[in-house]
Design a protein around this ligand. Structure first.
Ligand SMILES: [Zn+2]
Length: 344
């Protein structure tokens, strides 16, 4: 037993002395292999405990275990010292140069669609209109029924709609449901608002159409509002947007929620009315749909159509933004590619 103890003592002293010289992680690993690895003295002694005479076995076992614990403790302590030294060296050698210029932040800028929107807000704001925001997820009744598009009405075929799993709830196909919401909120006061926002239609993605688009709707309700008021207001809007010399024309059209209905064209601002690729040779660009608010819609909004009248107009701003900035593909708007956005 004394022989064994002496042997273990010697092994411990030798191992600890060797550990003093270790200064790196590979050195640590090497030391661990030699002194605590499978072929190390400690492990070999554990393996051969069965050959030790029975009466000596507990004492030898304890002694070997004590050596193992001592070596492991020393190893862990040394490991921390080595790590700490490496960190100190790294800090000393990688000094921070505070005189270097900082990294420039890339500044964001307004999306072309938002620039168009803000321009339109400004124009209508100058004309005394308020902005009214209404939900993008709508009830079927607000999107269709209250706008004079009952369930059996063939006009519902004009839109392919995203319906949600909840019955009667859908992604609005136009900003017009906001007309009902603002009327119900304000009736019987006069209304002069614009309703901007995102709309969704189930369409195939092409360079000219997207499932998501932004519309702005105009709504005026009051006593004695006439078709002439509508024409004057919209001509004023065009003059403030495209310049006082911009010519406009109204063409008869059809919408379920207005009667009579019209489309307004503006003289092509690219060719000046002579005909070009953008206006497809006609000299005119279609910019908005409009009309007198249908009596049924007024009624659903809480206004008596025998006393009140109003007009509404709606325009998509995606295509006009394409033209305004000469953008060739509508899909650029929602690709989130900063290289596109940086150009404007
Ligand atoms: Zn043209």
């Amino acid at each position: 037993m004394n022989d064994v103890e002496a042997k273990l003592m010697e092994a411990q002293e030798g191992a600890l002395a060797a550990l003093v010289d270790v200064q790196s992680e590979p050195g640590l690993e090497e030391w661990k292999q030699a002194n605590l690895g499978k072929t190390s003295l400690v492990m070999r002694m554990f393996g051969s405990l069965g050959q030790v005479p029975k009466e000596d076995r507990p004492a030898v076992g304890r002694a070997v275990n004590a050596l193992k614990v001592a070596l492991e403790t020393a190893f862990t302590e040394k490991q921390q010292v080595v790590k700490q030294n490496q960190l100190s060296q790294a800090i000393a050698s990688e000094k921070l140069d505070i005189t270097l210029p900082g990294r420039a932040l890339r500044r964001g800028r307004l999306h072309p669609l938002n620039m168009t929107l803000r321009e339109i807000y400004r124009v209508f704001g100058d004309m005394g209109f308020q902005i009214y925001r209404s939900p993008e997820v709508e009830l079927d009744d607000f999107n269709f029924t209250f706008l004079n598009i009952p369930p059996y009405h063939p006009a519902r075929d004009m839109w392919d709609t995203f319906y949600t799993e909840t019955e009667g709830v859908l992604l609005r196909t136009h900003t017009s449901p906001g007309q009902i919401r603002v009327m119900r909120e304000r009736a019987p006061e006069d209304i002069r608002v614009i309703l901007p926002g995102v709309c969704m239609r189930y369409e195939q993605l092409t360079a000219r159409s997207e499932i998501e688009f932004i519309q702005i709707e105009v709504l005026v309700v009051g006593k004695g509002i006439s078709f002439a008021d509508m024409k004057g207001t919209l001509k004023d809007f065009v003059a403030r947007t495209f310049g006082p010399e911009a010519r406009t024309r109204l063409r008869p059209s059809y919408f379920p929620f207005t009667e009579p209905s019209a489309e307004m064209d503006v003289e092509c601002f690219i060719c000046g009315g002579e005909g070009c690729g953008v206006c497809k040779g006609s000299g005119w660009l279609e910019i908005l749909g409009c009309g007198m608010v249908h009596p049924t819609v007024l009624q659903y909004g809480g206004y008596d159509p025998s006393v009140y009248s109003g007009f509404a107009a709606g325009m998509g701003i995606d295509r006009s933004t394409l033209m305004r900035y000469r953008i060739d593909d509508i899909r650029h708007f929602r690709n989130n590619d900063i290289r596109f956005l940086e150009q404007y």
